[in-house]
Structure formats: C-alpha cells, structure tokens
Design a protein around this ligand. Structure first.
Ligand code: ASP
Length: 308
C-alpha cells in the first residue's frame, strides 16, 4: 500500500486579499509549506500518520503567525490558555488537553497522554503536572507574547466580545493536520489558543473528540477550525464520519453536507480538513478563507489561503 496523504490548516475566518500584504502572504505560505513538508517527510520514510500530524502541528505551533503554541491569543484576563487534541484512527486512542499554560507544544502533551495515560482528556494544573512528569517543554510567559495579538486583545478586552482570531487586521489561526500513512492508518491533530478575549477557562471545540478532532480508519480523519461553540453543538467531526459510515457518503459529500449546508444553516463559521482511508482529501470552509495545504504521493504540495 502507498497512497500517502497529508493536509494541514492554519485557521479559517475573514481572510481576504484586501486584508493581506504580499509579504505577509508569503510568510504564511512559507510557514504552511514548511509544516506540510515536515509532516510529509515522515510519511514518505514509512512513519506513522500519528507522528506526521504531531510534527506538522508542532511546526505550526512554533510559528507566531498562527493561534496555537507561540502565537496563542489572549484570554479576557490577558493570559494564554491552550487547547489541543490528537487521535489515532487505527486504535481510536486519543489524548486531549484544555486550558494549559506555558506548554511550548501542547500537541506533544496530547501525544504523551495518548501514550502514557489511561485518561483521554486533562485540563489545567493536572495536565501541566503530567507534562512535567513526561519531560514536555515549558516556556516563560514572554515566549507567548506577540504585539499584534496584544493589540487584538486590547481593542476588545473591556467588552464582552470574543472573536475568531482572524477577524482583525492581521490574520491568525488555530492549526491542525490529518494524514494517511503507508499502512493505510489515519490520524488527526488540532491545537489552538482559542478565541481572542475568551472567558478564562472557556474551552473550544478543538480538544473535544468528535467535535474539533476525530480519526477512525473506517471512515476519515478530521481537524476543524472555526467558531468553537457552534462546532461543539454540531459535533462536526463525528458528523462527517457518521455520514460516511451510516449513509455511505463519500468524504467530499459528507464534508460538503456538514460544512457548506448544516453549519451554514446553524450559523457556524469555519471549515475543516479531512482525509479518508483511500487518501482522498477534502478542505471545505464556509468563511472567506482558510489557511491550508495538502500533499499526496506522487504530487507536489499545494498551499492556499483564499477561495479558489
Ligand atoms: N475553533 C477554535 C475555538 O473555538 C477557534 C479557531 O478555530 O480559530 O477555540
């Protein structure tokens, strides 16, 4: 078997050519390409889908351009709280964290939970203590400070507005990856700082298995980005999988139904990336744009931002 496939996203929202400079667009595309290549490299050496999605997401977390890890947005308290999840489509094992602070790569913590814990979902101090035990890297507060993010936060902090991080002048986003490896196994990973000016301890869809992240070899692997409150209530990732499993939809049909029809009627702005057992990829979104990229065996990688 071969048919390697990987897709990544760096968030969805009001992303238009008018809101972008050529330099910024170049920087985003370079960061996406780098993460895509790093993930694909693992697959092409016979590595697992789980390793590929973890590495691709970690590289995006390391970039200040995206709302995850280093570039995470500010909460109402002026802090950073990060959510993340990873899932293996072969075993249905998963690891997830919510509201963690100071962790350099929250996605590595989710992987440690998947591998070393009987639990699936940890939050706050308990998750951080677990991270220390397994040698996960911590960073000081300054590491997560970004002047543009701070401006986004300052503009709305005295209000009750909380927003997708990419609705401001500079665009950022939650990050995610999905992959199919040489054995036909699927995996999904998502990491985020959440929404700007979110209430402290608010948890979005990204770490919720079945809402923002899901993988199952029988159907597909999914990572979502968008207005988390809607994605949680619509159980988006599992809904796509269910349409495939119980209704026999193709990956594209299931994604279009959920993102372009059901979510739109529901009022949920955003998108997702998906891969199925054959290595087909779908990248639907109902917002103006979505930072995204994909690569399948025998082809060059592609990265895009706006609607085609
Ligand atoms: N889904 C994320 C959340 O609600 C935000 C995003 O995707 O940008 O936390």
């Amino acid at each position: 078997m071969s048919d390697l496939a990987i897709a990544i996203h760096g968030g969805a929202g009001t992303i238009t050519p008018a809101s972008m400079t050529p330099e910024l667009e170049k920087a985003y595309k370079a960061a996406l390409s780098y993460a895509l290549d790093e993930g694909y490299k693992i697959l092409s050496k016979g590595g697992s889908a789980l390793d590929a999605v973890e590495v691709a997401v970690a590289r995006l977390e390391d970039s200040p351009l995206f709302n995850a890890g280093k570039g995470s947005v500010f909460t109402k308290e002026g802090k950073h709280e990060m959510d993340a999840a990873i899932m293996c489509g072969k075993t249905l094992e998963a690891g997830a964290v919510a509201g963690v602070r100071s962790i350099r790569n929250p996605i590595s913590l989710t992987r440690a939970i998947l591998e070393h814990s009987d639990h699936v979902f940890m939050s706050g101090y308990g998750a951080e203590e677990f991270a220390r035990k397994y040698g996960i890297a911590f960073e000081p507060e300054e590491y997560f400070y970004d002047p543009h993010r701070y401006k986004q936060f300052r503009d709305v902090r005295d209000t009750d507005i909380f927003m997708l991080d990419h609705t401001e002048d500079r665009k950022f986003g939650t990050v995610g990856a999905v992959a199919r490896d040489t054995n036909g196994d699927l995996a999904a990973a998502t990491s985020t700082g959440g929404m700007t000016n979110k209430n402290y301890n608010r948890i979005g869809d990204s770490p919720v298995i079945g809402s923002g992240t899901y993988a199952n070899n029988r159907t597909c692997a999914i990572s979502c980005t968008g207005h988390g409150e809607f994605f949680i209530r619509a159980v988006v990732a599992y809904d796509v999988s269910c349409l495939m499993e119980y209704k026999g939809y193709t990956l594209q049909e299931a994604c279009d139904k959920v993102v372009l029809d059901k979510l739109v009627k529901f009022g949920g702005e955003g998108g997702l990336i998906a891969v199925d057992g054959k290595g087909n990829i779908a990248l639907p979104f109902n917002s103006e744009g979505m930072y995204r990229g994909c690569r399948v065996s025998g082809q060059e990688g592609i990265v895009s931002i706006y609607k085609d």
